[in-house]
Design a protein around this ligand. Structure first.
Ligand SMILES: Cc1cc2nc3c(=O)[nH]c(=O)nc-3n(C[C@H](O)[C@H](O)[C@H](O)COP(=O)(O)OP(=O)(O)OC[C@H]3O[C@@H](n4cnc5c(N)ncnc54)[C@H](O)[C@@H]3O)c2cc1C
Length: 490
């Protein structure tokens, strides 16, 4: 399609493809080393899925912890999580120990770099699985964190080109990566970092998502995986690992945790009708069955077991952990949501009766009442959707409806095989010269999710971005400390 000489050219030391968490920090790390770098982003704004996340980053041994008198270290974090992974049997899964170690060893450094960029953190919040508080929560949210990071990245000399999807990698005769082609333009570089996110909206010819319903973001089409595969990169887990969730349509993001459904909450659509066995389908299985928005409906007995901010200690959102009560799910800016958080954000309405709830939401009250009556009748048995009930969760009010929400495939967790320097590997395990990967686009061996902990998706993206950026810059011979402006001149 392109012949040398008939398309416009640029030259940089490093090209970064995709400007989410991984790409922005990778580009900043390259600029910190004094190498020239351009970041190409296909959307009109940088931030990717990162700006739509709940913004919780788990890290141990950070400056933020030290400032807030939380004693911790990278070693303590690593020891604790590897021991946890061993106990739960996931450490034996190929790649988990290496990738988990890589993540934990670098995420504190990444969080410190973000803090130095002016990214603000709440907490750190105590977390399950951790003996000390490691949940670094973006405040007021992920969008603000990315804005601060993008600003510092540009100030450091990174050229950021928006609306510039990368279509192709330029490959030399021996398979080395020589640059990229984007929108009719050829950009030559010594190294390319693919940080183009996940594949949950993959289209034809790309790695396929596991479920048929709507992806959370339509642009998450696995471009990085696709580009790497064309250049001989090995893809791992791209057809099997997905994360589907019930997510609010509006910001700030809230996504419900499975324990909320297991404890008796139901999901109805805008007409008041239940659609599926919520404990089986969880986030997937809705979009193809109803065109309407969804609402999570919680009964009074369950609501009584949800913590309130009065239960929290001085450190962070930990009332649910301290008291053994529950939270409702992840919530942007706060960490874990209680009832008042959702009411205050306009994500929820409360009603003394189901009729009251239905009237507030413009739902058909008779349909909602019929659903509740069917559940009451099914106690000790299964309802029409195959869900078993041991008690009637709607026997007592008040009732809460959270929404509008939708069920979406939020992430595809597989990616491009890589080594500890974030170099892309081919099917024989050899690095592809000049090609690096980072974030959701890179194979993390599912290390973050597999432990069952939170905050490791962003943790992996930032840690791997930092490693890829530093190594890619070093591979170009850039020496740390070279002024970024001089490096970018010309
Ligand atoms: C609802 C939800 C909540 C989450 N909450 C949390 C949380 O609280 N904590 C946590 O740790 N993780 C969370 N995660 C996971 C976390 O958001 C991701 O793991 C992380 O944001 C991935 O960052 P990334 O840089 O790899 O990808 P992204 O942020 O998606 O960035 C990829 C970028 O690449 C661009 N791009 C794609 N193709 C091209 C192309 N061809 N050319 C140029 N650019 C391209 C995209 O437009 C995008 O800007 C959540 C995820 C979801 C969906």
């Amino acid at each position: 399609m392109y012949q040398n000489g008939n398309c416009p050219q640029d030259r940089f030391d490093v090209v970064v493809v995709g400007g989410g968490a991984a790409g922005l920090l990778a580009a900043l790390a390259v600029a910190d080393s004094g190498a020239t770098v351009v970041l190409l982003e296909k959307n009109s704004e940088v931030g990717g899925k990162t700006v739509w996340s709940a913004g919780l980053v788990t890290a141990g041994g950070t400056v933020v912890q030290a400032e807030r008198r939380v004693e911790d270290s990278v070693d303590a974090h690593r020891r604790e999580i590897l021991a946890h992974a061993e106990r739960t049997g996931v450490l034996g899964i190929p790649g988990v120990s290496e990738k988990l170690g890589l993540l934990i060893d670098n995420v504190a450094d990444a969080v410190d770099r973000l803090a130095a960029c002016g990214v603000r953190f709440g907490g750190p919040h105590p977390e399950e699985m951790h003996s000390v508080a490691r949940g670094h929560q973006f405040v007021p949210g992920a969008r603000a964190a990315i804005a601060a990071l993008a600003q510092k990245t540009a100030e450091a000399g990174v050229r950021i080109r928006r609306d510039t999807p990368v279509d192709e990698l330029i490959t030399g005769p021996t398979g080395s990566i020589l640059g990229v082609r984007a929108g009719g333009r050829e950009i030559r570089a010594n190294a390319v970092i693919l940080s183009a996110g996940d594949f949950s909206a993959a289209g034809p010819g790309r790695p396929a998502p596991q479920f048929a319903e709507h992806a959370y973001k339509s642009w998450a089409t696995g471009d990085g995986q696709h580009l790497a595969a064309e250049a001989g990169g090995d893809l791992v887990g791209v057809d099997s690992m997905v994360f589907a969730a019930l997510i609010t349509v509006d910001e700030p993001l809230f996504f419900a945790h499975p324990h909320v459904l297991a404890a008796g909450a139901i999901v109805v659509d805008g007409t008041g009708r239940r659609i599926a066995n919520e404990t089986v389908t969880f986030g997937h299985g809705y979009a193809e069955r109803t065109p309407h928005d969804l609402y999570l409906v919680v009964g009074g007995d369950q609501l009584a077991g949800v913590a309130t901010s009065a239960d929290d200690g001085p450190v962070g959102r930990d009332g649910w952990l301290r008291t053994g009560k529950s939270h409702l799910g992840n919530f942007g800016g706060v960490g874990y949501a209680y009832v008042d958080d959702l009411l205050d954000a306009g994500h929820a309405v409360r009603g003394e009766s189901l009729d009251h709830l239905a009237a507030t939401l413009g739902m058909d009250a008779a349909t909602l009442r019929r659903e509740a009556a069917e559940i009451a009748k099914a106690v000790g048995a299964e309802d029409r959707l195959g869900r078993s009930w041991s008690t009637d969760p709607f026997a007592n009010g008040p009732f809460l409806a959270v929404g509008p929400m939708r069920g979406a495939v939020a992430l595809g967790a597989g990616g491009i095989r890589c080594d500890e320097r974030m170099r892309a590997l081919d099917s024989s395990g050899e690095p592809i010269d000049g090609l690096y990967v980072a974030g959701d686009c890179a194979d993390s061996a599912g290390a973050g999710f597999i432990t069952g902990g939170h905050g490791y998706g962003l943790g992996w993206a930032f840690a791997s971005g930092l490693i890829a950026g530093r190594d890619a810059a070093a591979s170009t011979g850039a020496s740390a400390g070279r002024p970024a402006e001089a490096a970018n001149a010309g």
